[in-house]
Design a protein around this ligand. Structure first.
Ligand code: SAH
Length: 239
């Protein structure tokens, strides 16, 4: 399998790409690429390039673009997943990695009644986003917003289908059924933190026009619920 490298758009100009230092080190020292080799570079903004190296030594790596494709590996519609900021930062990070692999386009950390933290390690999360982007063969980095209050999200007039996942005694309607009633379109799905959504948050969502959906009769951990919901939605009409 060819390794994919990452270079943000400001490293790309006039048909040439300079690899950021850490990517250059990886290419030259670890993978032993040399001048004349062809590598694949994604820019996180939808660009995927075939690049022939013209410089590859301990000072850095750069090359000329010999092929360009747009939006390789990207879904046809937006899939926005909101997940309560988790007390266990590692679990939120697991979700972010899987979300990239599954094709989620927007990740929204939510501050809810029962969230116990509202701060995320931004630099760590950026690194996870980039590593997962390269690994999964996508070309566009999902957006990751700052943590935002659930209430703000609920009243926003987001386009498309708006779903809040909530565990209930009566597991109806199941998420796939809600999706099946609707054509492929932009989808927003919200999942609560470890302690779940409160009754009043669920009621507010219904008043604001959100559909409350179930993921089955078992209580899933928050990040499992978010990953399951993202998987089902992404495979729905192959977004
Ligand atoms: N309130 C529970 C568990 C919360 S699970 C408690 O503390 O006992 C965390 C989040 O995962 C929930 O807010 C919900 O959005 C989602 N979730 C977990 N299991 C689910 C299920 N079976 N159906 C729908 N959503 C679920």
């Amino acid at each position: 399998m060819t390794t994919t490298f990452f270079a943000p758009p400001d490293y790309i100009a006039d048909g040439r790409i300079v690899l950021p230092d850490d990517e250059a080190r990886h290419a030259v020292r670890a993978l032993r690429h040399s001048v004349g080799d062809e590598i694949v570079v994604v820019d996180g903004a939808g660009g995927r390039y075939r690049v022939r190296l013209t410089e590859a030594d301990k000072r850095g790596a750069a090359g000329e673009i010999v092929g360009t494709e747009r939006d390789v590996g990207e879904p046809t519609h937006r899939l926005i997943i909101g997940l309560g900021v988790l007390k266990n930062a590692g679990r939120f990070e697991t979700f972010v990695e899987k979300a990239v692999e599954l094709g989620v386009t927007d990740i929204v950390p939510l501050v809810t009644e029962r969230t116990e933290r509202s701060i995320l390690k931004a630099k760590r999360l950026d690194n996870i986003l980039i590593a997962a982007l390269k690994q999964s063969g996508r070309s566009r980095l999902p957006t990751l917003t700052n943590p935002q209050p659930l209430a703000d999200r609920l009243v926003e007039h987001a386009e498309g289908l708006r779903i809040l996942c909530h565990e209930a005694a009566d597991p109806e309607p199941l998420l796939p059924r809600v999706l099946a009633r609707n054509p492929a379109q932009d989808i927003t799905i919200l999942v609560g933190p470890e302690g779940g959504f409160s009754d009043s948050e669920v009621a507010d969502a219904e008043v604001a026009g959100w559909t409350v959906a179930s993921l089955g009769p078992r209580r899933l951990r928050a990040e499992t619920a978010a990953i399951a919901a993202a998987s089902v939605a992404m495979l729905h009409k192959s977004l």
